[in-house]
Design a protein. Sequence first.
Length: 395
Amino acid sequence: MEDFRLFEVNALTSSVTNGREAIEVIIGGGGDVPPIAPAYPPYSYSPPPPEPLCPLPPPPPEPLCPPPMPPPPPPEPLSSAISVIQRFRKTITSDPSGITKTWVGNDICKDPTKYIGFICNNNKVVAVNFNGRNFKGNPLSLKDFINGIPTLEIFHSNSNNFTGEIPNNISTQSIPNLFELDLSNNKYVGFFPKAVLGATRLTYLDLRFNQIKGRTAALYLTLANNKFIGEIPKSIGHAKGNLLEVLFFNNQLTGCLPYEIGMLKLASQMEVMDLSYNQLYGEVPETLCKISSLEELTLKYNYFTQIGPECRKLLKENVLDIGMNCIIDLDNQRKPEECETFFLQKRNCRDMNSLSYVPCKIHNFSSRNSSSGRAHTGDARTRSTTYAALKKPHH
């Protein structure tokens, strides 16, 4: 019998203590009974991670060039100045030169093509130059403009059409560093702005060709050590009251002293007048030498040719210093050649009243008639008194 068995079931009676039957089931070929398979450890099951509900979007592409940073705001004083300028710009109705078109943006101190007419230093607006721009407005006023830029040092606006009164708040408190102020040739009206004199650093003030009225309350009228040219105006006689000193020395003043300078006698407290080191000529008015309060009258280094009796009294009293002039009968005068050279150019005194003492007959002039107070002349015009006519005759 073929020794091949598909199944073999043996029922064995076990003598185990529990009396239970054991059943052995073998599947396979014949042969010996295979060894018992080793026991495997229990299987550990880990579930897969859950799928996300929505996939994450891809990252954005890198920009080719980063966007430019916005410009920082201007510093506070500069920002305030720009606001003031923009308000002022709106009041201008006519700008023939077109510079207000450049008053845009915040680059007032960085771009030289912007804000023409304004000058910066250390990132501050320190100067304004509107000279000759011929601005017009309805009205065009400085109110809240010049004092709105407290960093100003120079303000020039001549030859425009500014109207109204000059602001009274131009002073050390509002503009502490202002030293040049030119408002000439405009249409300002009203009284002289006394507050302007409170700007202690102010060294240049030009208010010519306006309609300003009133008188100053100055104690000291000092224009010394400058380059002022032209004649001393007749209006100097209106400076009176408490005036103590008049100092015009070391300038380039020319012409004859006006007769009205004698009105300074109303300045009853005036003690010092110094007109030395200029190019003044003609006679020293007797009215000037009659100012009784004068303690010092200095006229040296000019080209005066005559002094009258009252001035000679001051000379003897050492009140008058008139050295280095062209007075032929006094000591310590300029050389004749120097005086002749100066008078080669025709030099006239505009007003006969500037002459109050003529010691001798020269051309058509004769001595003053003491009773009438008028000088007799054959010509109504004031003629030039040449230095040659005053020379001592040679014998």
